[in-house]
Design a protein around this ligand. Structure first.
Ligand code: KIV
Ligand code: ZN
Length: 513
């Protein structure tokens, strides 16, 4: 069987999703999990983009011992030097340089002619090659490029020393048969192609990223560029879990294999969602909450008789624990620690101790705690900064005939303060009152409510993104009462904004956390 190389770009293209910025500590944590998942290459960032990006790529390079770490660079010497500066300490560094090859990009963006692009591609790869043996070249917008010209650019890049040539469908325009044919054409018309691995990098604007990537692999590409949960620029990138499980499930037909540890898929998906605040849609293939849920009576009946009637993959293969009922008020510390380990969390003793207290408090309000409840607890704890504002009491009155009114008691830097206020609805009344009490003027940029699990006693999880004076902060709150969850999320966001203001040395990248 042929092995497919997994190139994960969650930390670079994935981070380009609106609102998905991660700080350095979060990126290092995710990189560590990606290594555990078994990806071959991590694209850690675009070092020339900002000092924060450079620092994060450098930190990841210094930490990773097994996998390759790639840094993205345009074709300029400055960009390549910056990328190399950030990755040079990695055990296995890779420079990834790119230039667009479609006429539309040449004319309007690069203002270069075709010969100039060939020369630039050659020279940039040659320069990168003087720094490391491991050089990847990407022909941006390859799927909309003239094929003959594309092959000439790839030939030049390989002559200059590129060991991987990447074919992006940058704008998600290609159709699967067309994209597969493009890979076959490249194989047949690039004289030195045998000296490089062909890679595919698809965007999901038409919802075809996975289909196009599979078509590329079937046609002979041997590297797939992917992100966890499919996050990325606009409609996102090809999702890692969909490619990994397609290969795993249809191995014998495809004659392909990977070294992905599929059991780490769910923990990695949860971690990405927790860090970015981007919720996975319930019907998302492989990692959505409903991906293994059987609703229809006929299906349930079939599943009870034999799971293979309606299930093509076993939930446990992707790391979904079959016993989702996890903990309750009588669970001990030992069971809690085991559960955290099962869910893929690698926490310190102090973190576990503090979470254990929170778990008990939650179990007092909610009888059965499911995996998702534990994830939410960790997400909240993870976003915690020193509490300048702390919620002590909340009483909200609303309904069809009352003006929504909130009474709030807060500790502000340890001092107990009380106030009441009105609003258009119960959450508006709560937020107006809290804003008045804290004297803050933040804008609510995003507000989302999600039910963590099913059932009448499900916890509500609220995620907010607040903006004040150009600074952005994410806030999360969970509670069986969604108004309380909303208040907690808002206060968490305000605490984080305050923290950023008091620590201006945190760079622009980290400010958006
Ligand atoms: O989509 C794209 O073309 C890219 C390149 C930089 C590889 O992300
Ligand atoms: Zn891309």
């Amino acid at each position: 069987m042929d092995r497919v190389i997994f190139f994960d770009t969650t930390l670079r293209d994935g981070e380009q999703s609106p609102g998905a910025s991660m700080n350095t500590a979060e990126k290092v944590r995710l990189a560590t999990q990606l290594e555990k998942l078994g990806v071959d290459v991590i694209e850690a960032g675009f070092p020339a983009a900002s000092p924060g990006d450079f620092e994060a790529v450098q930190a990841i390079s210094q930490k990773m011992t097994k996998i390759q770490v790639a840094g993205l660079a345009r074709t300029s010497k400055d960009d390549i030097d910056r990328a190399w500066g950030a990755i040079k300490d990695a055990a296995h560094p890779r420079i990834h340089t790119f230039i667009a090859t479609s006429d539309i990009h040449l004319k309007h963006k690069l203002k270069m002619d075709r010969e100039q692009v060939i020369k630039t591609a050659y020279e940039s790869v040659r320069y990168a090659k003087s720094l490391t043996d491991n050089v990847e070249f990407s022909a941006e917008d390859a799927s909309r490029s003239d094929r003959e010209f594309l092959c000439r650019v790839l030939e030049a890049a390989i002559d200059a020393g590129a060991t991987t040539v990447n074919i992006p469908d940058t704008v998600g325009y290609a159709l699967p048969n067309e994209f597969g044919e493009l890979i076959s054409y490249i194989k047949g018309h690039t004289p030195n192609i045998a000296r490089a691995i062909i890679s595919v990098h698809c965007h999901n604007d038409l919802g075809l990223a996975t289909a196009n990537t599979m078509a590329g692999l079937i046609a002979g590409a041997r590297q797939a560029e992917v992100t966890i949960n499919g996050i990325g620029e606009r409609a996102g990138n090809t999702s890692l879990e969909e490619i990994a499980m397609s290969i795993h499930t249809r191995k014998s037909l495809l004659n392909l294999e990977t070294i992905i540890n599929t059991h780490e898929i769910m923990p990695t998906s949860r971690l990405v969602s927790m860090i970015t605040g981007i919720v996975v849609q319930p019907n998302k293939a492989i990692v959505g909450a409903n991906a293994f849920a059987h609703e229809a009576g006929i299906h349930q009946d079939g599943i009870l008789k034999n799971r293979m009637t309606y299930e093509i993959m076993e939930p446990a293969t992707v790391g979904l624990t079959s016993n989702r009922l996890v903990l309750g008020k009588h669970s001990g510390r030992h069971a809690f620690r085991d559960k955290l380990k099962d869910l893929g969390y690698d926490l310190t003793k102090e973190e576990i101790d503090s979470l254990f207290i929170k778990m008990k408090e939650l179990a007092d309000k909610k009888k059965d705690l499911l995996d998702e409840d534990i994830d939410a607890l960790i997400a909240e704890e993870h976003l915690r900064v020193p509490d300048i504002y702390k919620l002590d009491y909340l009483n909200v009155v609303s309904g069809t005939v009352t003006i929504p009114t909130a009474t709030v008691i807060l500790f502000i830097e340890g001092v107990k303060t009380q106030s009441s206020g009105f609003g258009m609805g119960p959450i508006d009344a709560t937020y107006n009152t809290i804003a008045k009490m804290t004297g803050t003027k933040s804008n609510l940029v995003r507000f989302s409510v999600n039910s963590i699990t099913g059932g009448m006693d499900a916890q509500g999880e609220v995620t907010v993104r607040l903006e004040e004076g150009g600074m952005l902060a994410l806030g999360k709150g969970t509670d069986p009462d969604i108004i309380t969850a909303a208040a907690k999320a808002y206060i968490n966001g305000l605490n984080r904004l305050k923290y950023l203001k008091r620590n201006p040395s945190i760079d622009a990248q980290e400010r958006s956390f």
